[in-house]
Ligand binder design. Structure first.
Ligand code: FES
Ligand code: FES
Length: 162
């Protein structure tokens, strides 16, 4: 039987270096979950459609199921685990909770990170902007209304705080 080749590389995840050793074909999503121990990025469709695996790569949203782990090297990776500081939730997390914008929560990390990217680009989004930004993230539970409300409420709070 052929020997399994492993490669070693370093990821920068949520501001911390993480040295991993994986098969070259291992997806970044699986590396984050299984080797780094961050289970915020969720495995949904695993072919780029649902957005459950969304992370930020150098501040831009990306589908970690469409990248190999090694492709994450030399980039700043951000997962949902980075958003809260201690017990203090990020405004997006708080507004999702207040607006009941999650039920099973499977889509939520991807929704929030995509919304974070939007608010970084546009502090004053319209409802249409939010809907468009989140149009690549699928939710089976909420009907999207509370998610849009939560993002708009978080945008307002973040503007008031800045
Ligand atoms: S799991 Fe990556 S887009 Fe669905
Ligand atoms: S809250 Fe269940 S998929 Fe969105």
């Amino acid at each position: 039987m052929d020997e399994i080749v492993m490669i070693a590389y370093r990821l920068e995840v949520n501001g911390h270096p993480q040295d991993v050793r994986t098969e070259p074909r291992k997806l970044l999503l699986d590396v984050l979950r299984e080797d780094v121990g961050l289970t915020g990025p969720h495995a949904g469709c695993e072919h780029g459609v649902c957005g459950a695996c969304t992370i930020l790569v150098d501040g831009r949203s990306a589908r970690s199921c469409l990248m190999f782990g090694i492709q994450g090297a030399d980039h700043q990776l951000t997962t949902i685990e980075a958003l809260a500081s201690g017990d203090r939730l990020h405004p997006l997390q708080e507004e999702f909770s207040k607006a009941h914008a999650l039920q099973c929560g499977y889509c939520t990390p991807g929704m929030i990170l995509t919304a974070l990217e939007l608010l970084g680009d546009n502090a004053r989004p319209t409802e249409g902007d939010v809907r468009e930004a989140l149009s690549g993230n699928l939710c089976r539970c909420t009907g999207y209304e509370p998610i849009v409300k939560a993002v708009l409420a978080a945008a307002l709070r973040m503007r008031e705080a800045s």
